[in-house]
Design a protein around this ligand. Structure first.
Ligand code: SAH
Length: 217
């Protein structure tokens, strides 16, 4: 069997066993995971079994691409509607960027490490050609105001507490953000904005790499 068909089988198994059977019910999310070749986002030396394991994978520079279930779970918390804008903080490998683009989202993605951003852009655009994505290389600790407001914000690294300015960049009419928060003990948090009213929900305990505050040790 060639490696493309082995990858397709592993991908299908991942979607059924690690996502659908584990409570991911949104068809659009499951379809996107079925389409995006995760092996293209991990370093070329990694085995297919490693790329499709339900665990985070190293992507260089001390960073990791999150475990498939957690990416899917965060997207399910966001309840994203296609055609809307989303700010992704922490492009990393671009895996989640590609999932979002293939769900039909208008993506603004921001990454601090230039080499990761350049690689991610190349990979994502080769897999989802014509996608509506802006790749920004900058510090996204406090979001990215030039394209605000966003319908959704998703943060792929954990700050100890809510960064200033993020909630203000949500659409006041129901915009939602999902973020892992905490130092060692982290939890996924969602915040939904209605005008000045912010409704916060706590969800799963998680383990993410830290959201880096440049210039701070
Ligand atoms: N969603 C990514 C996960 C990457 S890990 C994926 O699918 O691969 C988190 C990423 O956040 C890392 O690439 C890291 O460099 C980036 N990051 C950390 N702090 C940041 C900051 N202040 N601004 C922008 N990106 C940041």
């Amino acid at each position: 069997m060639n490696s493309e068909s082995s990858a397709a089988i592993l991908r299908m198994r991942m979607v059924h066993r690690d996502l659908a059977d584990a409570g991911i019910t949104d068809e659009r999310i499951l379809n996107a995971f079925m389409k995006i070749p995760r092996e293209d986002f991990v370093p070329s030396g990694a085995s297919l079994a490693n790329a499709y394991g339900n665990h985070p994978c190293p992507i260089g520079f001390g960073q990791t691409v999150s475990q498939p279930y957690i990416v899917a779970f965060m997207l399910q918390m966001l309840e994203c509607e296609p055609g809307n804008s989303i700010l992704e903080i922490g492009t990393g490998s671009g895996y989640q960027t590609a999932i979002l683009a293939s769900m039909g989202m208008k993506v603004v993605t921001i990454e601090l490490i230039p080499d990761l951003a350049v690689n991610a852009k190349k990979t994502v655009l080769s897999i989802v050609p014509g996608a509506d994505i802006r790749f920004i290389v900058a510090d996204g600790y406090n979001g990215w105001t030039p394209a605000a407001p966003y319908e959704y914000i998703i943060v792929s690294a954990a700050p100890p507490r809510m960064p200033d300015g993020l909630e203000e960049q949500l659409n006041p009419a129901g915009g939602r953000l999902v973020i892992p928060m905490g130092d060692w003990f982290q939890r996924l948090i969602s915040v939904t904005r209605n005008g000045d009213d912010l409704v916060m929900r706590e969800s799963l305990p998680v383990r993410f790499v830290p959201l880096v505050k440049p210039g701070k040790k």
